[in-house]
Write a protein that binds this ligand. Structure first.
Ligand SMILES: Nc1ncnc2c1ncn2[C@@H]1O[C@H](COP(=O)(O)OP(=O)(O)OP(=O)(O)O)[C@@H](O)[C@H]1O
Ligand SMILES: [Mg+2]
Length: 422
C-alpha cells in the first residue's frame, strides 16, 4: 500500500498532478483512490465531471472523492464537539459562536487525514493519492504527540479518573457540564486514531510526500520552506515535481526571456532540493482536463514508458532517505536530523519541561519530542555534519544502558492513558 501526498503553493498544479498520478496508477492496475482535502475542491474539474463527497468510480481501478469536511468532522469529532458546544454555551456564549468555536484550528484538515487513515486501513486500495491543501500545520500536529497533547489537554485539562472522583462534588457546586464516559471514550478513540495516522504518514515505506512547484523564484522559495518543514517533522519527501516548464523546443522569440528565467530557476530547484529527483511537466498548450490530457501529463512526469514496479511507476520510491535517526557514537547518543536548506548559523538548543528539545537556527525553530532515553541526558552540543544537524547527548557513568525500546518508545501511550477507562 502506498500513500502519495502532493503539496505546494496555490495554483502550481497540485490537483492536476494528483489526478495525473492517479490515472497512471489505475492504468498500471493498482486499485487507486484520489482524494482532495482542499475545501475549494477542483478534482472534479481535472476529470471534467462531478465528484462528490462520496467515493465515485472514475475509470476502471480508479475512484475519487472530494472530502466533505463537515460530515467528516461530525463522524470523528461529533461527540466531543457537542460537549464543547454545551460547555461554551454554559459559559454564556451565543450558540452559533459556540458552534464555531468548538471547531478547533487544524481540525478540518485533521478530519480529512482521518478519512485517509480509514481508507488505508480498509485494504480496498493499493494506492491512495492525496491532493492536499498547502498548509503543514496538521502534519506538524501529527508528528509530535506533544503538540497533540498540548491541544487536547488545553480542552480537557482533566483525566477520566479525576472527573469520576470529583463529579459528585462538582455537581453540587455548579451546573457546569462535565464530560461523561462517552466523551472520554471518544477522545481515547481520537488519540488512538491520531497515533495510527501519524505512524502511517511518517512511515516512509508507505507514505511519500511530493512537493509540486513551478520554475518561479517565489514559488521555489515557498516550496523550499515546505520541504524543510516536512523534513523537520520526519516525513519522507521523495520527489519534487516541477510543473509548467516551457519546452526547450519552443523557438518563438517572445518566450526567450521566460525560457532563460526558467532555466535559471530550474537550476535553483536542483540546488535547493538536492538529492531529490526533480520530475518535470511541460507547460501544455491547453489546460490539463480530462483523462487523455492527464495521461499525457503523467507520461511527461513519470516517463513515457509505464512499467509496473519499475521506471515510470508513480508508486516507486524516488528517494529513500533517513529523516531522523538516533544512534550511539562512543560516549554520546546522537539525534541526527537532515537540514537541507537552513543557513548554517549558530544552533540554539533549549529543553522544555515536556521533554521537548527546541532547536533554533536563526529564525528557524524546531520542537522535537525527545524519546525518554534521551530526555534524561545532558546535551553536549550540536554539529553540522555533511547535510545533517547532529545533536550530541552525553552518556555518563550513571547513565544506564538505553534499550532500543526506550529510544523508540510509544510516545502516544501516555496521552491515551489519560482518557482510558481504568
Ligand atoms: N503543465 C500545465 N500546462 C497547462 N496547464 C496546466 C498545467 N498544470 C496545470 N495547469 C492548469 O492550471 C490550472 C491550475 O492547476 P491546478 O488546479 O492543478 O493547481 P492547484 O495547485 O491544484 O491549484 P489550487 O492551489 O488552487 O488547488 C488548471 O486549470 C490546470 O488545468
Ligand atoms: Mg487544487
Amino acid at each position: 500500500m502506498r500513500i502519495l501526498l502532493y503539496t505546494g503553493k496555490g495554483g502550481v498544479g497540485k490537483t492536476s498532478i494528483s489526478a495525473a498520478t492517479a490515472v497512471r496508477c489505475a492504468e498500471l492496475g493498482y486499485r487507486t483512490a484520489v482524494l482532495s482535502t482542499d475545501p475549494a475542491h477542483s478534482l472534479g474539474d481535472s476529470f471534467d465531471r462531478r465528484i462528490g463527497s462520496q467515493m465515485v468510480e472514475l475509470a476502471p481501478n480508479l475512484w475519487g472523492q472530494e472530502i466533505d469536511l463537515l460530515s467528516q468532522m461530525d463522524q470523528y469529532w461529533g461527540t466531543v464537539q457537542s460537549y464543547l458546544n454545551a460547555l461554551f454555551m454554559w459559559q454564556g456564549m451565543d450558540s452559533l459562536v459556540a458552534e464555531e468555536t468548538a471547531v478547533l484550528p487544524g481540525m478540518e484538515e485533521l478530519a480529512s487525514l482521518m478519512q485517509i487513515t480509514s481508507l488505508a486501513e480498509s485494504g480496498r486500495f493499493d494506492v491512495i493519492i492525496i491532493d492536499a491543501a498547502p498548509t503543514g500545520s496538521t502534519l506538524q500536529l501529527l508528528s509530535f504527540p506533544d503538540i497533540a497533547r498540548w491541544y487536547i489537554e488545553k480542552i480537557f485539562p482533566f483525566q477520566r479518573k479525576t472527573i469520576q472522583l470529583a463529579r459528585p462534588m462538582v455537581k453540587r457546586m455548579t451546573d457546569m457540564p462535565l464530560p461523561d464516559d462517552e466523551i472520554f471514550d471518544s477522545i481515547e478513540e481520537l488519540v488512538s486514531f491520531l497515533e495510527r495516522m501519524s505512524k502511517l504518514l511518517s512511515d516512509g515505506r508507505v507514505s511519500s510526500m511530493r512537493v509540486v512547484l513551478n520554475p518561479e523564484k517565489m514559488v521555489v522559495k515557498e516550496a523550499q520552506r515546505a520541504y524543510t518543514y516536512l523534513n523537520l517533522y520526519g516525513y519522507s519527501v521523495d520527489a519534487v515535481i516541477c510543473n509548467r516548464v516551457f519546452p526547450r523546443s519552443i523557438a518563438d522569440q517572445y518566450f526567450d526571456a521566460w525560457k532563460s528565467a526558467q532555466a535559471q530557476n530550474l537550476e535553483l530547484v536542483h540546488e535547493c532540493f538536492y538529492p531529490l529527483p526533480i520530475l518535470e511537466a511541460p507547460f501544455f498548450e491547453q489546460e490539463v482536463i480530462g483523462i487523455p490530457m492527464l495521461r499525457q501529463m503523467a507520461a511527461a512526469v513519470f516517463g513515457a514508458e509505464a512499467v509496473r514496479g519499475g521506471e515510470g511507476d508513480p508508486t516507486r520510491h524516488y528517494y529513500i532517505g533517513k529523516p531522523q535517526e538516533i544512534f550511539r557514537n562512543g560516549a554520546h547518543y546522537v539525534l541526527s536530523l537532515p537540514l537541507p536548506l537552513v543557513e548554517r548559523s549558530e544552533v540554539h538548543l533549549h529543553r522544555s519541561i515536556f521533554d521537548e528539545l527546541i532547536i533554533r537556527i536563526g529564525n528557524w525553530k524546531r520542537n522535537v519530542a525527545l524519546p525518554m532515553g534521551l530526555a534524561r541526558l545532558d546535551i553536549a552540543g550540536a554539529k553540522y555534519e555533511q547535510d545533517r544537524l547532529n545533536i550530541y547527548f552525553k552518556i555518563n557513568e550513571a547513565t544506564p544502558e538505553i534499550s532500543e525500546e526506550e529510544l523508540k518508545p510509544n510516545r502516544w501511550e501516555s496521552l491515551k492513558a489519560r482518557f482510558r477507562r481504568s
